[in-house]
Write a new protein. Structure first.
Length: 210
């Protein structure tokens, strides 16, 4: 299975903690190879997209955090006289494909013993993070720009996360959350931490199944 490592110095992602960048050189993290899907390892006894757990680079005894994500309808439509299949990702628990990534990321947090975390978002990712953090009993704080959608902000708050509105553009929310990380907060970034990518890939596996 591919592992997560720094793209600059090749140092492996630490087994504990939740750094969003490499402590050694400040580089970004990514998988060191393509994600692996093996049809023979699909665990049909597990809920939803967790049947693809072998592709998540998670230990077999890791926690499963689920709200029923995945298994979204596949709708066929003609586009330029070609049949195109479209997954209806709005059928996920918080109405976004981001739920696939959040489920895997939050499971990683539990596996690492993390009980509180921060995130920044303009809407969908923050709502998804808040919902899955609540499911895992992880205390969440979500930083959003003042321009963030009112319904999305309400969704984040209703899931129990602390909503922090930041004046200025989206980049200001990102800057503020990095300050929190520098002060010791666990930054569960959907942009910088790649664990959630294996959750997004399940869209392709489901299309293959269907």
């Amino acid at each position: 299975m591919p592992t997560v490592c720094c793209v600059d110095c090749n140092q492996s992602y630490p087994e504990s903690g939740l750094p969003y960048c490499c402590p050694a050189c400040g580089g970004f993290y990514d998988f060191d190879g393509p994600l692996i899907f093996d049809p023979n390892q699909v665990e049909k006894n597990l809920p939803g997209f967790w049947r693809f757990r072998h592709s998540f680079s998670l230990a077999t005894d890791s926690p499963i955090v689920s709200l029923g994500e995945g298994n979204t309808p596949l709708i066929w439509e003609k586009v330029d006289k070609k049949e195109v299949g479209m997954k209806m990702e709005s059928f996920n628990p918080t109405a976004s494909y981001k739920d696939r990534g959040s489920a895997v990321l939050i499971s990683q947090l539990l596996l690492r013993g993390i009980t509180s975390a921060v995130e920044d978002s303009s809407g969908n990712a923050g709502a998804s993070f808040a919902a899955y953090a609540a499911r895992a009993a992880i205390k969440a704080r979500v930083f959003v720009p003042e321009s963030a959608s009112g319904p999305k902000c309400a969704q984040i708050a209703q899931f129990g996360a602390e909503l922090v509105r930041v004046p200025g553009p989206r980049s200001e929310a990102a800057r503020r959350v990095k300050e929190e990380a520098a002060a010791g907060a666990n930054y569960a970034s959907h942009a910088y931490i790649p664990f959630g990518l294996s959750g997004f890939a399940t869209i392709a596996y489901e299309i293959w199944e269907e």
